[in-house]
Design a binder for this molecule. Structure first.
Ligand code: DHB
Ligand code: MG
Length: 219
C-alpha cells in the first residue's frame, strides 16, 4: 500500500472525528523553533478516548514539548483534573505553558521543567498520589527507566502509553546502533516481560508515517 493512501485515510478520519485540530499550538511551536514531533490530531483524539476510558483525573506526561498532546489529554479531564507534564528544556517548557494557557487548559495543566528521571524520583520520594494514566513521549534511550518510574506512580487500572515504539519498523533491527531504536527495543522487551502489566503495541500509520504506541494496563 502506498504511504499517501495512509495519509488520505488519516485525513478522512480527522475530518470525521476532529472538530478542532489545535493548529495554533503547532503554529506557535514553529514560530518558537520547536521541532514538530507532536502526535497527530487523530492520535490526540485516541489519547482522549483512552483517558476517558479510564476516567482519568490525574495524568502524568513525560515529555511535554510544545504541549500539543498535553492539550489533548487535558481536554479529556473534568474541571478538577490535572495533567502534570515534564519538559527538560526551559524555553520549550515556557512555550508549552503559553500554548496551554492560550488553549484554555492552563488551569488543568502543570508543566514541570527538569530532567524527567530526577523529577520522577522526587515524585516517588514525596509520596505523590498515583496517576490514572501515564503518557511517555520523551527522549527514547531511557524509555525503560521512564516505564519503571511510571509503574511506581501507578495503581491497578492505571493506563501507561508510550509513543514511537515502532519507528518505521526500525525496531526490528536487533543490531541497530541508533540510540532511539536501542532504547525502544529495551523498553518493549521490558514491557512484554513485566508481570504487573498486560500490554500490546498498536502500529500507527498516517500523517506521522509508520510508528506505534505501546498500551499497557497495570494489573
Ligand atoms: C521523535 C520523537 C517523538 O516523540 C515523535 O513523536 C517523533 C519523533 C524523534 O525523537 O525523532
Ligand atoms: Mg512522540
Amino acid at each position: 500500500m502506498e504511504p499517501n493512501l495512509f495519509e488520505a485515510v488519516d485525513a478522512y478520519i480527522e475530518q470525521l472525528f476532529v472538530a478542532d485540530s489545535k493548529p495554533a499550538i503547532l503554529e506557535n511551536c514553529e514560530r518558537e523553533g520547536i521541532p514538530n514531533w507532536a502526535v497527530s490530531a487523530n492520535q490526540g483524539t485516541l489519547l482522549q478516548v483512552l483517558a476517558l476510558t479510564c476516567r482519568a483525573t490525574r495524568i502524568l506526561e513525560i515529555g511535554t514539548q510544545g504541549g500539543y498532546s498535553t492539550a489533548w489529554l487535558a481536554g479529556a479531564l473534568p474541571e478538577n483534573g490535572k495533567v502534570i507534564t515534564i519538559e527538560i528544556d526551559e524555553h520549550t517548557a515556557n512555550v508549552a505553558r503559553t500554548n496551554l494557557s492560550n488553549a484554555g487548559v492552563g488551569h488543568k495543566t502543570e508543566v514541570i521543567c527538569g530532567n524527567a528521571l530526577d523529577v520522577l524520583q522526587q515524585m516517588i520520594t514525596s509520596g505523590t498520589v498515583p496517576f490514572d494514566m501515564v503518557f511517555i513521549d520523551a527522549d527514547k534511550p531511557p524509555y525503560k527507566e521512564y516505564f519503571e518510574f511510571a509503574l511506581k506512580l501507578s495503581r491497578p487500572g492505571t493506563l501507561i502509553i508510550a509513543d514511537n515504539v515502532v519507528r518505521g519498523g526500525k525496531v526490528l533491527d536487533e543490531d541497530s546502533d541508533d540510540p532511539a531504536v536501542i532504547g525502544v527495543r529495551r523498553f518493549n522487551e521490558t514491557l512484554a516481560a513485566n508481570k504487573r502489566v498486560r500490554a500490546t503495541i498498536m502500529q500507527n500509520v498516517g500523517t506521522k508515517s509508520h510508528d506505534g504506541m505501546a498500551i499497557a494496563v497495570v494489573l
